[in-house]
Design a protein around this ligand. Sequence first.
Ligand code: ADP
Ligand code: ZN
Length: 434
Amino acid sequence: MLFNTKMETLPREEIESLQLRRLRDVCNRVYANVPFYRKRFDEAGISPADIKSLTDIKLLPFTEKQDLRNNYPFGLLAVPRDQIARLHASSGTTGKAVVLGYTRRDLDNWAELVARSLVAAGVNSTDMVHIAYGYGLFTGGLGLHDGAERLGATVVPASGGATKRQAMLMRDFAATALCCTPSYALHLWEAGQEIGVDFRNLPLRVGVFGAEPWSEAMRHDMEDKMGISAMNIYGLSEIMGPGVAIECADSKCGMHLWEDMVLPEIIDPVSGEQLPIGEIGELVLTTLTKEGVPLLRYRTRDLTSLDYTPCRCGRTHVRISRLQGRSDDMLIIRGVNVFPQQIEGLIMETRGLSPNYQIIVDRERNLDTLEVRVEMDDNLFADEIRKLQTLERNLQKSIKEFLGVTAKVRLMEPRSIQRSEGKAQRIVDNRPKE
Ligand code: ADP
Ligand code: ZN
């Protein structure tokens, strides 16, 4: 099933000619209407007319999150303020919030991409879609909402919070699809267990999970627990919000990124040079149709790779691999690079542990320390000290073996780590700022 068959299966040459036409158009628009970009073009000694092929994108300047912050709130608008239909702001996970303005047409295009994404994930117009992403300035709630409505599904705008009540509503309304962060999905599931609502006994079929990194091992765990197909959705407010890319139910292998509206590149985060196709690097995105705040070569800080090989589902749009995490999330522990997701993967593989964990980084006598706090499984919560010690030791050993760092592992009682209603706060970094 496709939502927009023609666009989703557009032959590669046609995608590229459409991209070039739109790239030239967006360059013209920002050059004419956004002083920030005009200055950048002038400084680089280029003009929009220099973009003659897609490879010429390399001539364009990058845009960084800091540029958005420096132009807070409306400095990057490419249309008069009265043409902006809605504002959103990034959740500010990594600092001061940035504000994005959407025109009517931007909202329309966004809804189209989310509708495409939901269909790719296996959702259809007969579904009961429970949306537990936060509604508000955060793009998750309203983004999924508009897309699910566009698709013609029945939408339950639950937002985050009142978790037990939500689990009850999912049962009462017979939810068939759940959209939220993976960590909140676990929280909902747990709340359901507490009040006797077992997701496996609901007609729930599909989970559309994103907005934070999660591992393949976590996917398996969730599918098992919840009796669903758990799909990965990617997006960011700067580009529009959720729905920039999605896994398709046919292959569940990489997320199709909607190339008619967004042009991806992968660069070496240090040199800024484009990397050969297939290599992992920083994802850089150019908006091709956005009117409110078009962005050229936006550095997402997200690490992934591109796959142009044909997909079983028939969609021709490139796939990005599961995100490794943001480059900002990468921990450097005594010189070793570690992503929280890698630790998550090892936790999930250790029997007896729950997917609720926290990583505490600190510094003692000039040395970085890493502590992994992880809750025991409900079933395991036994008083057998020996058993617990063995579990701690096993996880510690696999972290050392696979990631090359020494970690202190601390098992916690079930439900002792704070649950999040949106993006989970996995890392607590207590090291003094340099
Ligand atoms: P903030 O940057 O304040 O968190 P956003 O809500 O716009 O604001 O978050 C976008 C970011 O969330 C992405 O750049 C990416 O790091 C992360 N993200 C979104 N979807 C996924 C996903 N499926 N997997 C991993 N990370 C994701
Ligand atoms: Zn596919």
